[in-house]
Design a protein around this ligand. Structure first.
Ligand code: AMP
Length: 426
């Protein structure tokens, strides 16, 4: 089969790598991809949002299956359009993707389905949002309604921070139309977990559990990022908890979309906070997480291409997902300054040496090849170093050993990935 993956980050590199192991695969393309993906796929210079060009490409190359990595094309309706054109595509429809595309919609749905979530109100006016915040007090959480590239949530610890966040979203319109509405949510304290499932609109199968690290500095300090690292499995997500989540979160959502006539197909990701009063759903994503994917897929025993096909063709029911009895850790290497402004174009070295350990993968995110054949940084999150081993301690030591070999000027990474799991196990 000919397969096209859409996207350009570490998540898509991990997806492409896993697809490349499928005996069913004839040819793998990634659009637009990045410098690291050429080891497993042919990169095609088409932007993820250019649906016309992607469609033309699929016809020209007889692509049998398209896999969408990031959320934006999904909320823009790529699945509806390609399906109408008779091309098999993995991911939720535009109607289903609203679960991530609009936090107001997702909160409304959760309330309707009695899914545990933080108390919140949605506002279309900055003034009313500010009045509400003044009444509720801090800490409080301000969320842009629409997509904001992972930057739309402010956990405000003081009144000026909360007011500034509303001003930035609704008056300055830093996130454009995404900030036409904001959701103001109660602050929830606890430990976070990501739970990701795959569904064909009827059956729901959980992927291995994982946990990511959002803050830029060790000890969970500093601003939120797209994710600084992840590990799988997450001891906090027990089988009993998964069963509870299936009954109280995932099945109600999947059943509701089917009832609405817009079945949910694809990955469904719930960001969860475990509070002293029980779990609360913070958000839904309609695709795999980045960097969670990089820690999850190396553990998957099943053929990923077959899993995608079974989902698109609505025959997921008999599929059993199987996982290697290994732990997997992903450490993200970043440009200095990330997540604020950062420079690019710094020469990267040492990847080949890091890969001499067969338990290591290096999935690229923001990298580029220069005409002289050098590999240079081209984004905030640059590389994902992934290692597996028997138990989290072995996985961590292999991963950090590999990181030691890699260098670019002022490279930054967290040295405490997995600290929550190691704390539990010590
Ligand atoms: P979200 O995109 O909604 O998952 O938010 C991004 C991050 O902000 C989450 O991973 C949490 O760390 C934090 N966050 C979101 N909502 C809340 C909340 N109600 N209370 C505390 N932290 C939150």
């Amino acid at each position: 089969m000919n397969v096209l993956v859409i996207g350009s980050g570490g998540r898509e590199h991990a997806i492409a790598w896993k697809l490349s192991l499928s005996p069913k695969l004839t040819k793998l393309y990634v659009a637009p991809g990045n410098a690291g993906m050429t080891d497993v796929a042919e990169c095609v210079d088409i932007a993820a949002k250019d649906q016309d060009a992607l469609l033309r490409f699929c016809r020209e190359k007889a692509v049998d299956l398209v896999v969408v990595g990031p959320e934006a094309p999904l909320t823009e309706g790529i699945v509806d359009r390609f399906t109408k054109e008779g091309i098999k595509i993995f991911g939720p429809s535009q109607a289903a993707a609203r679960l991530e595309g609009s936090k107001a919609f997702s909160k409304e749905l959760m309330k309707r389905l009695s899914i545990p979530t933080g108390e919140s109100e949605t506002f279309e006016s900055a003034e009313k949002a500010m009045d509400y915040v003044a009444k509720k007090g801090v800490p409080i959480v301000i969320k842009v309604d629409g997509l904001a590239g992972g930057k739309g949530v402010v956990v405000a610890t003081s009144m000026p921070i909360a007011m500034e966040a509303i001003h930035v979203d609704m008056v300055k319109k830093v996130f454009g139309k995404a900030g036409d509405r904001v959701v103001v949510e109660e602050f929830l304290d606890g430990e976070e977990a990501s739970v990701i499932a795959v569904t064909d609109g009827k059956s729901v199968k959980f992927l291995a559990s994982s946990q990511d690290h959002k803050r830029v500095y060790d000890g969970d300090h500093g601003p939120n990022t797209g994710g600084m690292g992840a590990y799988s499995p997450a001891p906090i997500v027990t089988e009993a908890f998964e069963r509870e989540l299936l009954e109280r979160v995932f099945l109600p959502i999947v059943d509701e979309f089917r009832r609405l006539g817009t079945p949910y197909k694809g990955f469904l990701y719930a960001g969860i906070m475990l509070t002293s009063k029980g779990f609360r759903v913070l958000e839904f994503n309609v695709r795999l997480g980045d960097p969670e994917t990089q820690a999850i897929l190396p553990r998957l025993k099943n053929d990923l291409l077959e899993l995608f096909l079974a989902t698109v063709e609505e025959r997921l029911e008999p599929v059993r997902l199987e996982w290697k009895e290994e732990d997997c850790v992903c450490v993200v290497l970043c440009a200095p300054g990330y997540p604020e402004s950062y420079e690019t174009g710094r020469k990267i070295s040492g990847i080949r040496t890091a890969l001499e350990d067969k338990n290591i993968h290096v999935f690229h995110a923001g990298t580029k090849s220069t005409p002289d054949g050098d590999l240079v940084t081209a984004g905030g999150r640059v590389l994902n170093v992934v290692g597996h081993g028997r138990g989290i301690f072995e996985a961590l030591s292999r991963t950090y050993n590999a990181v030691e070999h890699i260098f670019f000027d002022q490279m930054h990474y967290r040295k405490d990935i997995g600290h929550r799991a190691t704390r539990v196990l010590k």
